[in-house]
Design a protein around this ligand. Structure first.
Ligand code: IPM
Ligand code: MG
Length: 367
């Protein structure tokens, strides 16, 4: 069997420093579990712009299409705020998502026991929380045409278009139902069918796809009500499926239920490649956090857990993924805390690399 290939794109801000910790984990799996990866690294976002004048070089795009999985850190920073829209760091990420056709974005929101006190919500509301948001990632208002800023009479008008085809809705719905089958067999679809035609179609198509999954209990909610229910009693949900923009908002909201954005991984999956693996990109949900970059304060856990998702969804290594997740849980239970996790009850402060080393030590203890 050929060694699976990984393309690492550390990106900007805290991206590179959290990725160094992920490299420690990848090396550990090679050394201790005989699980080897052929790892290459390239630039994305502002880092790529600085070197090549584009947030994603064509060679990097081509490489991303070939590898078994891409692991991305974060993109963006104030340094690039004034750049033209077409070369902003975020365009690099959006191009990867679009050209790899990564239509299904899995964003788990899981509350670790050790951090239940950390949420801005009451402990009993979030303790044990484990939900999965499936966000459509390649269509909708993020990509719909027409778009732009146009002259109309004597003023300008900004236009974006929410557009979904039946097949785009059906394929992401199918991936959400498949996931629900492996979890609690409950799926809630969120749109705004009360005001948007695209929402009406969304609801119809999800319902049709659901006929193939009679075991899954399907419900529908308007996305605004969904946001309210997510903060009121999030444990009523198992899997949520929603469009690109609502998914962007609702996943940040769900992330905060767990206490820190620094904890949450994501997987963006597309169609299967010739070798049966899905096209895939894994990235932490947090951004580039330029305010703390380079100070050893960043929490590497979201990025490490993104690699755990890669083990599970790209490399069929569910047991090893669980081992890594358990190692993270263990260091948190032992009280180790990066700055973002330092609540009123304290804990043992550790740096970015201190957290990575502790997780490696916990992995060692697991074998
Ligand atoms: C996300 C981010 C991106 C998005 C940005 C960086 C383009 O907020 O992954 O949620 O809006 O999709
Ligand atoms: Mg977002």
């Amino acid at each position: 069997m050929t060694t699976p290939s990984l393309l690492i794109l550390p990106g900007d801000g805290i991206g590179p420093e959290v990725m160094i910790e992920v490299r420690k984990i990848i090396d550990w799996f090679g050394a201790k579990r005989d699980l080897h990866f052929d790892v290459a690294e390239a630039l994305v976002g502002g880092a790529a712009y600085d070197k090549h004048g584009t947030p994603l070089h064509d060679d990097t795009m081509a490489r991303a299409q070939e590898v078994d999985a891409v692991l991305l850190g974060a993109v963006g920073g104030p340094k690039y705020d004034a750049l033209d829209f077409s070369v902003k760091p975020e365009r690099g990420l959006l191009r990867l998502r679009k050209e790899m056709d990564l239509f299904s974005n899995l964003r788990p929101a899981q509350c670790f026991d050790a951090l239940a006190d950390f949420s801005s919500l009451k402990k009993d509301v979030v303790a044990g929380l484990d939900i999965m948001i499936v966000r459509e990632l390649t269509s909708g208002v993020y990509f719909g045409e027409p778009r732009g800023i146009f002259e109309e009479g004597n003023e300008r008008v900004g236009i974006n278009t929410q557009r979904y085809t039946e097949s785009e809705i059906a394929r992401v719905a199918k991936s959400a139902f498949e996931l629900a089958m492996k979890r609690g067999k409950k799926l809630c679809s969120m749109e705004k069918a009360n005001v948007m035609e695209s929402g009406i179609l969304w609801r119809e198509v999800v319902t049709e796809v659901g006929r193939d999954y009679p075991e899954v209990e399907l419900s529908h909610m308007y996305a605004d009500a969904g946001a309210m229910q997510l903060t009121r009693w999030p444990k009523q949900f198992d899997v949520i499926v929603t469009d690109n923009l609502f998914g962007d908002l609702l996943s940040d909201l769900a992330a905060m239920l767990t206490g820190s954005l620094g904890m949450l991984p994501s997987a963006s999956l597309g169609a299967p490649m010739a070798n049966g693996r899905p096209k895939a990109l894994y990235e932490p949900v947090h951004g580039s956090a330029p305010d703390i970059a380079g100070q050893g304060k960043a929490n590497p856990i979201a990025c490490i857990l993104s690699f755990a998702m890669a083990l599970r969804y790209s490399f069929d290594q569910g047991t090893e993924a669980t081992r890594l997740e358990a190692a993270v849980e263990r260091v948190l239970a032992e009280g180790l805390r990066t700055a973002d996790l330092m609540g009123p009850e304290g804990g043992q402060p550790v740096s970015t690399s201190g957290m990575g080393d502790a997780i490696v030590a916990a992995l060692d203890a697991s074998i």
